[in-house]
Design a protein around this ligand. Sequence first.
Ligand code: CAA
Ligand code: NAD
Length: 302
Amino acid sequence: LLKRSFSTTPSMHIIKNITVIGGGLMGSGVAQVAAQTGHNVTLVDLNPEILKKTEESIANSLSRVSKKLYKDKPEEGEKFVRDTKGRMKIMTDANQSVKDADLVIEAIVENMEVKHKLFKGLDEAAPQKTIFVSNTSSLSIGEIASCTKRRDRFGGMHFFNPVPVMKLLEIIKTPETSEETYKELMACGKALGKVCISCKDTPGFVVNRLLVPYLSEAMHLLDRGDASPQDIDTAMKLGAGYPMGPIELADFVGHDTTLAILDSWHKKYPEIQSFKPSNVLRKLVEEKKLGRKTGEGFYKYT
Ligand code: CAA
Ligand code: NAD
């Protein structure tokens, strides 16, 4: 977890400075893991209030990680937390944040127009060498990259929530991503302590193409009144061995994100019934009950 791997080919530069844009659920976890693994990290969010919350959630998560790693050595644990925090900078100006970046990881709202607006500015502001990736759950990486002049240095890095715990990282290569960029992303994923798999630029890559229809079907059960949220969750935990049931997992992912994914897929593939957003999901988003991150979704969190 703590050691960086330098097993890159000689032509590749080593990714040391990472800028993470978006300080929400995912960006905070990605920034934390990058700093934990020895990278210099700049974390950006438009909203200074969110950045305050982000600092708190990173501090909480780091203390859990350090307790696990340094169980019987609290002093080393404290040093680990101090050093990790010392490698992190926080700011609100995205264009300024990429001036020295080797890699920019975007984790902002799941909306193509907003991502395009961000990347157009970053493309002007960042040095030639900088590689861009998106952590999008569902959008086409090639389409996001199309607004930049660095499509060969653009790919996908799809992390999983909670990032400090989930071991998988999906690395996405578009037809225009260069082989060198792809190799650098694979090496960087390994240096971040993750197990990397290769994915084509297809909707939902591997995990979400399977997971999102499953979450959606669970919410359609609720629309039809077939079972209660608690019974659906108990069913999948005890009957299928999942660590969380689909209703609590949907609360964990965030309903705005899941609705954005389903809306865009349903528009493209109207014949696939599980892509049609359920009424319960739409209602929760209208009521701003977005799940754990807002304190309430299908369940309440205190
Ligand atoms: N930071 C650091 N450590 C954390 C943590 C966090 N945010 N959350 C949990 N942990 C650690 C805990 O400290 C604990 O460590 P120990 O085993 O050493 O005690 C361990 O993880 C387990 O945590 P808990 O005991 O609190 O709870 P749990 O056993 O129920 O596990 C969970 C929590 C890991 C979240 C588990 O419920 C789980 O795996 N849930 C499914 C998560 C999942 O499917 N994620 C993918 C979502 S989809 C996605 O991300 C893609 C997308 O695009 C939408
Ligand atoms: P979130 O709502 O928790 O966080 C998004 C953050 O981006 C917010 O803090 C917002 O203030 C900030 N933001 C919006 N526009 C910005 C801009 N132009 N510049 C800087 N900051 C901006 O969302 P999230 O769950 O962290 O998701 C972020 C991305 O990661 C999305 O593309 C989502 O699909 C993807 N993703 C989400 C999950 C998940 O489980 N939630 C898992 C993997 C990938």
